[in-house]
Design a protein around this ligand. Structure first.
Ligand code: PGA
Ligand code: ZN
Length: 424
């Protein structure tokens, strides 16, 4: 097996035109691994730190310091290591940074290397990246995992921080639960997406898209968005609640003021109890099978109430709540809040820690959903991660814009080339 002889990082750009990091690892057998890191907009307060230059250039968003940290410090610290030793390498990176939130060298710098290491290991041993992740899971956790193609959750209508409109809920996703293969799931989803475009235009709204490729029309409120999606499903000759379900990401921290939830689009101010009632009502009226960040990350009483009220009939996903952090997830499990976790590797900063968090969720009966960020690149590592670890669900935006579609396209190839790996 080959060893690392060189690491190189440069500043590149994400789907919003904002700087991010690309890192390359070169091995002594001539193979290479290349990766890019994503970036969020509606971030959880306990996420690992994304290091930005805070200089005049790029309006403060440059990542040249983080790039230098790879080229001058982190990269040299792993020269001579075998990339198959992901755990060992990630430990070196974590120790070398020395802080809990990776603020010394930047979680973006550390993740760029961590991902490039995985890519170089799979390139060198001639395996697919998803196979590599499946092996890594059993190495880290001591248990085998069945690979599977994840059910996609496609964000086709955008509000909140991801769009410049009136809608308070950040993401309205379709979940093609009735599909029997990933390619059928994508056929149905793209048909619904195309019909939604027609319907939005018919009502005289703009069909311009938000950061994750979903439409961002200026609708009256959340229910109008839900109704348009239901129409698009039936227009596609599909049955809402059977073929296609709906998932929401409320990103509630974005409309919480510390005491109350201020829903501008609805013209309502809700207490935690009232928001739980409102969400419960939506779940009763529409085929909503999953709600992410229904409550603010610090409103633990609200989370308890929400879980008690609808946790048996609906998947409740912690994104800003758990920030892919095993320790924070364990605290949530202890309190019995939520029943699923969103997994974003840049919230925690290494592949090893990401896998440890997923293993922890598996052990405790919590579901995991692998997720993109609103700022993405053409990097498709998350598709392999979702398939390799068999988590069963992925959310990576609308079937629109290559930063989103590239992930779905990668999964189409994984399905095509692996007859033993099926849609979960
Ligand atoms: P972000 O949004 O990538 O901007 O944080 C995605 C989400 O909240 O799930
Ligand atoms: Zn979210």
């Amino acid at each position: 097996m080959a060893n690392i002889i060189e690491t190189k990082a440069i500043q590149v750009f994400d789907s919003r035109g904002i700087p991010t990091i690309s890192c390359k690892i070169i091995l002594d057998d001539g193979t290479e691994g290349l990766a890019m890191v994503p970036s969020g907009a509606s971030t959880g307060s306990k996420e690992a730190l994304e290091l930005r230059d805070a200089e005049k250039e790029y309006l403060g968003k440059g990542v040249l310091k983080a790039v230098q940290n790879i080229n001058n410090v982190l990269g040299p610290s792993i020269i001579g290591k075998n990339p198959i030793e992901q755990q060992l390498i990630d430990e070196i990176l974590i120790k070398s940074d020395g802080t809990d939130d990776k603020s010394e060298y930047g979680a973006n710098a550390i993740l760029a290397i961590s991902l490039a290491v995985s890519h170089s290991a799979s390139a060198s041993n001639g395996s697919n990246l998803h196979e590599h992740f499946a092996h890594l899971y059993s190495k880290i956790h001591g248990k085998e995992i069945d690979q599977s193609i994840p059910m996609p959750m496609l964000n086709i209508l955008n509000g909140g921080e991801h769009a410049n409109n009136n809608i308070d809920i950040q993401e309205f996703m379709i979940v093609p639960s009735g599909a029997s293969s990933f390619s059928q799931a994508m056929q149905w989803s793209t048909e619904v997406y195309m019909n939604l475009k027609k319907i939005i235009e018919k009502f005289g709204h703009s069909s311009a898209v938000g950061d994750e490729g979903g439409f961002a029309p200026n609708l009256k409120n959340n229910e109008e968005a839900l109704k348009l999606i239901i129409s698009a499903i039936t227009e596609s000759d599909l049955e809402p609640g059977k073929d296609i379900n709906i998932a929401l990401d409320c990103a509630a921290s974005e409309f919480y003021d510390g005491k109350k939830y201020i829903l501008k689009g609805e013209d309502k101010i809700f207490s935690s109890e009232e928001l739980v009632e409102y969400l419960n009502d939506l779940v009763g009226k529409y085929p909503i099978i999953s709600i992410e960040d229904g409550m603010d990350e610090n409103d633990i009483d609200g989370w308890e109430l929400l879980t008690e009220k609808i946790g048996k009939k609906c998947q409740l996903v912690g994104d800003d709540l758990f920030v892919t952090n095993k320790k924070i997830l364990l605290e949530g499990i202890e309190k019995n809040i939520a029943n699923a976790i969103l997994i974003k590797f840049n919230q925690v900063g290494t592949i090893t820690e990401t896998i440890q968090t997923i293993a922890c969720a598996n052990e405790n009966g919590y579901k995991s959903i692998i997720s993109h960020r609103s700022g993405e690149t053409e990097d498709t590592t998350i598709s392999d991660l979702a398939a390799g670890l068999g988590v069963g669900q992925i959310k990576t935006g609308a079937p629109c814009r290559s930063d989103r579609v590239s992930k779905y396209n990668r999964l189409l190839w994984i399905e095509e080339e692996n007859s033993h790996i099926h849609l979960k």
